[in-house]
Design a protein around this ligand. Structure first.
Ligand SMILES: [Cu+2]
Length: 195
């Protein structure tokens, strides 16, 4: 039977036996035996590579599925935040004790006046540009710019404010309950406006 790569579905022991037999015959056949071993090793490597290449695809499909799931969760942001933003709860419950993750979609020109949280606020920018500053006065000149992928943590009790000149999506995670206390109560959208 001629030596072909397609004959390699035999067990390694048989391949080994054939290689020894080939060694007794001629240097040409010995070379073929070596070549078979190389092909066999290459096939194993190719299978591993195929598996490694397939894994990110599987993971990215899982990510797409997760994103589609998120889209159905978008609703109006809670009344503690200025009107116009949308919120999606990804994990946990920001109103309850424990770890939560939410995403906020802010419209162009959105501003959150100076406020504090009793727990640390972890911010990750998903898309767009997000600006955040510390202190008790809203000052765009003192803000820090965060682009997509940017991350920062606002420690508990730290006075800060934020804004987005254009539409943006930010992710907020931390320990619930997530409470917003405005430095100036007049800035709290839950308080009725006095004329
Ligand atoms: Cu905040």
């Amino acid at each position: 039977m001629p030596w072909r790569a397609s004959n390699l579905k035999t067990s390694p022991a048989i391949i080994f036996g054939r290689t020894i037999a080939a060694d007794r015959r001629s240097p040409q056949l010995r070379q073929r035996g070596k070549l078979i071993s190389v092909i066999q090793a290459t096939q194993k490597t190719m299978k591993k590579i195929a598996l490694i290449l397939t894994l990110p695809l599987v993971l990215s499909l899982a990510a797409v599925a997760a994103q589609k799931k998120d889209a159905s969760r978008w609703g109006d942001a809670p009344p503690a935040l200025p009107a116009g933003a949308k919120m999606a709860v990804l994990a946990g419950d920001p109103n309850k004790k424990g770890l939560f993750t939410v995403r906020l979609q802010t419209p162009a020109g959105y501003k959150v006046p100076p406020h504090t949280h009793p727990t640390g606020e972890h911010i990750t920018v998903i898309s767009g540009t997000f600006y955040i500053g510390t202190g008790d006065k809203f000052d765009e000149a003192a803000g820090k710019e965060l682009g997509a992928g940017g991350y920062m943590v606002m420690p508990a009790g730290m006075k800060h404010y934020a804004w987005t000149p254009a539409e943006a999506i930010i992710q907020v995670h931390g320990m619930g309950p997530f409470v917003i206390k405005y430095v100036n109560p007049a800035d709290d959208p839950r308080n009725p406006k006095k004329e």
